[in-house]
Design a binder for this molecule. Structure first.
Ligand SMILES: NC(=O)c1ccc[n+]([C@@H]2O[C@H](COP(=O)([O-])OP(=O)(O)OC[C@H]3O[C@@H](n4cnc5c(N)ncnc54)[C@H](O)[C@@H]3O)[C@@H](O)[C@H]2O)c1
Length: 431
């Protein structure tokens, strides 16, 4: 869904800038553009982080100075991937295992975090305290408490903190959301959202010593220590509560961010969850089939997680959410939206390019000029909180009553116990 910077697009960009560089830039301008140059480090470069590193490196005035990973193989692959788009002449980023080395470098402006979820808020908070701006992947936290702390850190240290809910920057999606807010389908009382996939099982892992290429102690970082298992790294941590947030925190957050945005709602009044692990007999803990209901006063939103059922529940293929108003229905898909009137006639069908690079540009612009990015941490936290509440309701097996002013759980000590988590010694985040 997200767009890689391919060689052709990169060459188009460099072709566009090189004319200026060769003919028109004065010495003074060069000096000021060197001063404007932003240096970033990317933490976690196996999948998403590698792509983000390429995309950040493609932006004018940005240098990816560090690639950071606890998997030495991932650093090598990511350096090669960067060279692919930048060419072999470009300055090679430094590969480091410990992101605190990046934070210690006063020349670094921003940390991009694409490590597993249990790292997102602790690394964000440490980075803000070290004076760095942060682009943190979704979900922006592993627990509700961490989300509040990450937001508090952004504000306390006055840093730009953007979340990787990139549809906030897709032009045509912004247009669709604005139309919803302007009443194109009238009063919205209901929104449906979902994610579908065909995920295989992960089997039963063997406990063993971590491989030589992996610093598993630093991989776990803030999470209390668990033995290494051979079916956890990479990616499968998503399906363990200790490190991940299931499909709801993995992909649900994208659709729920749209739901919150389109309906203009923040905290719910009640959250109900049902579902379970029905498909694979393996080590996964998080639901593969999941329905969560969010009540926002007189409005309702649902999210369906179909991790093992690839057929979409939507009106058309690739749809990810529908909004239901008293004058029509608006369907959002990957890169666009469609509007149907009350007679089910299609009255608008808009699509456009993705806004992956624009999302990064929004973050960079705010670092340079001030202001809040398209997916500011406050929205990132509120959308991620819906996922945490859905998962808490699922884990304790009953509906949660929520204070709509704060998003906090009311009168349920067992549920409230899952608001935060335990930490490995020395890792409890503080703001
Ligand atoms: N916005 C999006 O559309 C999008 C898409 C994919 C993934 N993501 C998010 O990006 C994150 C990474 O996803 P992925 O699929 O690349 O996961 P992954 O498990 O494949 O990769 C995570 C990488 O982080 C590294 N890592 C772990 N601890 C680290 C540490 N302390 N320092 C540095 N590196 C560390 C791992 O070794 C691994 O290389 C996830 O949180 C995911 O939700 C977002």
């Amino acid at each position: 869904m997200w767009q890689k910077l391919d060689r052709r697009r990169f060459l188009q960009w460099t072709a566009g800038t090189s004319v200026v560089a060769c003919t028109a830039v004065s010495t003074a301008q060069q000096a000021s553009s060197a001063a404007d140059r932003l240096r970033v480090g990317v933490m976690g470069v196996n999948g998403r982080g590698r792509s983000l590193a390429q995309n950040f490196a493609s932006r004018p005035g940005v240098e990816v100075a560090y690639l950071c990973d606890v998997d030495s193989r991932a650093i090598e692959t990511a350096i090669a991937a960067l060279k692919e788009v930048l060419g072999t002449e470009a300055r090679e980023p430094q590969g480091v295992a410990d992101f605190r080395r990046v934070l210690d470098d006063p020349q670094v402006d921003a940390l991009v975090i694409a490590a597993p979820n249990h790292w997102h808020a602790p690394a964000t908070i440490l980075a803000c305290a070290a004076g760095k701006h942060v682009y943190v992947e979704k979900p922006c936290s592993h627990t509700a408490e961490e989300g509040e702390l990450a937001l508090a850190a952004a504000r306390k240290y006055n840093r730009v903190v953007a979340t990787g809910t990139q549809r906030r920057s897709y032009g045509v999606i912004v247009e669709g959301m604005n139309k919803l807010r302007e009443g194109v389908i009238g009063e919205i009382r209901y929104a449906r959202s979902w994610y579908r996939a065909r995920r295989p099982g992960i089997g039963r892992g063997q406990v063993m010593d971590p491989p030589a290429w992996l610093d598993f102690d630093l991989w776990q970082g803030p999470a209390p220590r668990r033995p290494y298992k051979d079916n956890l790294v990479h990616y499968n941590w998503h399906w363990h509560w200790h490190w991940g947030n299931g499909e709801l925190g993995n992909n649900g957050v994208h659709a729920l961010d749209l739901v919150r945005w389109g309906m203009g709602v923040d905290f719910p009044t009640r959250v109900t969850s049902s579902g379970g692990r029905y498909w694979h007999d393996d080590d996964q803990e998080t639901p593969d089939t999941h329905v969560v209901t969010f009540e926002f006063g007189p409005r309702l939103a649902t999210w369906e997680g179909l991790s093992c059922s690839p057929t979409e529940p939507g009106i058309t293929r690739a749809a990810i959410a529908t909004f239901h108003g008293d004058q029509g229905t608006l369907e959002v898909f990957d890169v666009g939206y469609r509007i149907y009137d009350m007679q089910r006639n299609l009255v608008a069908d808009e699509s456009g390019p993705d806004g992956e690079l624009e999302h990064i540009d929004s973050f960079l612009r705010c670092i340079r000029e001030g202001g809040r990015p398209a997916a500011d941490i406050e929205d990132g936290h509120r959308s991620t909180l819906l996922c945490h509440l859905g998962n808490i309701s699922q884990r304790i097996g009953r509906a949660l009553q929520i204070d709509p002013g704060t998003g906090h759980i009311r009168d349920d000590a067992e549920a409230a116990a899952l608001w935060g988590r335990e930490y490995a010694p020395g890792w409890r985040p503080e703001v």
